[in-house]
Write a protein that binds this ligand. Structure first.
Ligand code: FRU
Length: 504
């Protein structure tokens, strides 16, 4: 049965989506078309297609009671918009259908598991969230919330666990058993990741605390995901209230990747390394799926709570997803590169080899706002280190977005101070990189309102949103000292059909 709330959201979208023309949307990054989105949810394979749901409030460009929006794709690049999947229409989720996951059941139905939020005023007058895990089952378009909801409540928490911060379930299957990780706040006030198991995906039993924060990396750990990769196990999570640690972690909402061995008896992650997942300004709440050919692919909200009040008010959408990224583990680190499917959209190739740059340089054919470009930078003279290299994109007379490398400190700095924001927000991020034999390789993927940077074949990524007018499409190179550049640049070409944000 379709509730009035769900029907209203679906009607609203069909009526107003035509007012958000495709040319004012990213060409291949998912948005809500109109309205607000945050976390990716239910990123999964269902009946041979990739489905993606997301936290959605269609009625305005600001966060509101959460619905689930829905798109699907065959290649991670061209997305088809489907109707809104969930609305906050039950007593147990009346204040929001928060983040969660999707899985195909053995009987061919698709199951969504999400966090239902109900707010209540406490005796002391404070309004608090009560968060429970709930299930909806459907056919890839329409979903019914089950009678037994909520299926996980405060009664399923380990001692000291908070029912106010109990959210973002992610399920996977191992043989005959289903497992689920979910974020929680234990008695020490920081975050922990709880592990549950089930034989049928409907009835769940608490197993263990898979990993805990102990107030070390932020506090509440949101949106966990856990999977094997490259002989190790990887836990992704998005901590709130981080404090900075060197150039690795910035304050506020951040993302953390813990890599280690999985102790299958104790059901505990024995952590070996901890790193940021993305070093840019706009990245949060990543979620992964495994493709039928065995690739682990991650997508994230290309936005951050810290700057989410800052927007271009002329646009009908707020929030977009990253390009989906293939993950691997190399030398104990998480590696991420855009899905290989993106290469099918490459148009004309423009390439240069050994271009000597000392001072500012523009190159014929190197410009654009929807592109995939790789620049390899090395010193012109092995004995004289240059002081600085700068790549400027989305450039016109007044504005530009820059990526600067300093070989002396091995630091990269992204700067979007002059990228169309009418707000005084954090616009610079600096991070440590590892050059290889003196070279640094920068792959830049741009799509109208974003820049995603992949350093040294995916060893690090840095994502950020820009609102610079589209006419600002110049690209320039600049060095203090002398560098040699190799450049390979492709425009990304779409023929206009079935673009994200376009079809209903
Ligand atoms: C993370 C998050 C989740 C929650 C959702 C609400 O960005 O705070 O923990 O489920 O957003 O929209």
């Amino acid at each position: 049965m379709t509730s009035q709330k769900l029907k209203d959201a679906r009607d609203f979208l069909s009526k107003y989506l035509p007012f958000a023309p495709a040319k004012e949307q990213p060409a291949f990054h998912v948005t809500g078309g109109i309205g607000w989105i945050n976390d990716p949810n239910g990123f999964s394979v269902y009946q041979g297609e990739y489905h993606l749901f997301f936290q959605y409030y269609p009625y305005s460009n600001r966060w509101g009671p959460m619905h689930w929006g829905h798109v699907k794709t065959r290649d991670f690049i061209r997305w088809e918009r489907l109707s809104v999947a969930l609305a906050p229409d039950m007593p147990y989720d009346k204040d929001g259908c928060f983040s969660g996951c999707a899985i195909e059941l053995p009987d061919g139905r698709q199951m969504l598991m999400y966090t239902g939020v109900r707010q209540e005023r406490q005796e002391n007058g404070v309004v608090d969230d009560f968060q429970t895990q709930c299930i909806a089952v459907g056919d890839g378009i329409n979903y019914e919330k089950i009678e037994a909801n909520p299926v996980l409540t405060a009664a399923d928490l380990p001692e000291g666990g908070s029912p106010h911060d109990f959210r973002d379930p992610k399920i996977w299957r191992e043989g005959e058993t289903y497992y689920m990780v979910v974020g929680n706040r234990p008695a020490d006030g920081s975050g922990s990741i709880l592990l549950y198991e089930s034989a049928d995906c409907f009835q769940w039993r608490f197993v263990s605390v898979l990993a805990a924060c102990h107030n070390q990396f932020g506090r509440m750990w949101e949106c966990p995901d856990f999977f094997p990769l490259g002989g190790k196990h990887v836990l992704l999570t998005s901590p709130q209230e981080m404090t900075s640690i060197g150039l690795e972690f910035h304050p506020g909402n951040g993302t953390v990747c813990l890599i280690g061995e999985y102790d299958e008896l104790a059901h505990h992650l024995l952590r070996e390394s901890v790193q940021a997942i993305d070093y840019g300004l706009d990245f949060y709440a990543p979620q992964t799926l495994e493709t039928p050919d065995g690739r682990r692919v991650m997508i994230a909200w290309m936005q951050n709570w810290e700057t989410s009040n800052c927007r271009d008010e002329t646009l009908r959408f707020f929030g977009q997803m990253t390009v989906p990224r293939e993950l691997s583990v190399r030398d104990g680190r998480l590696i991420q590169n855009p899905v290989r499917e993106l290469e099918a959209y490459r148009g004309v190739k423009i390439s240069y080899r050994n271009v000597m740059v000392c001072g500012e340089t523009n190159l014929q054919g190197i410009k654009g706002r929807i592109l995939d470009m790789t620049v390899t930078v090395r010193p012109a003279n092995e004995n004289t280190l240059y002081r600085r290299f700068r790549l400027s994109v989305a450039r016109d007379g007044e504005r530009c977005t820059t990526i600067r490398y300093k070989p002396e400190s091995n630091t990269l700095r992204v700067d979007r101070t002059n990228s169309g924001f009418p707000h005084d927000i954090v616009s610079i991020r600096e991070f440590q990189v590892r050059p290889r034999q003196g070279e640094i390789k920068l792959r830049v993927v741009m799509d109208r309102y974003s820049v995603e940077l992949f350093v040294n074949d995916g060893e690090q990524a840095a994502s950020f949103v820009i609102y610079t007018p589209q006419e600002a499409s110049a690209i320039s190179f600049d060095a203090d000292g002398t560098v040699l550049l190799d450049i390979e640049k492709y425009d990304l070409v779409f023929d206009g059909t079935e673009r994200a944000g376009q079809s209903v």
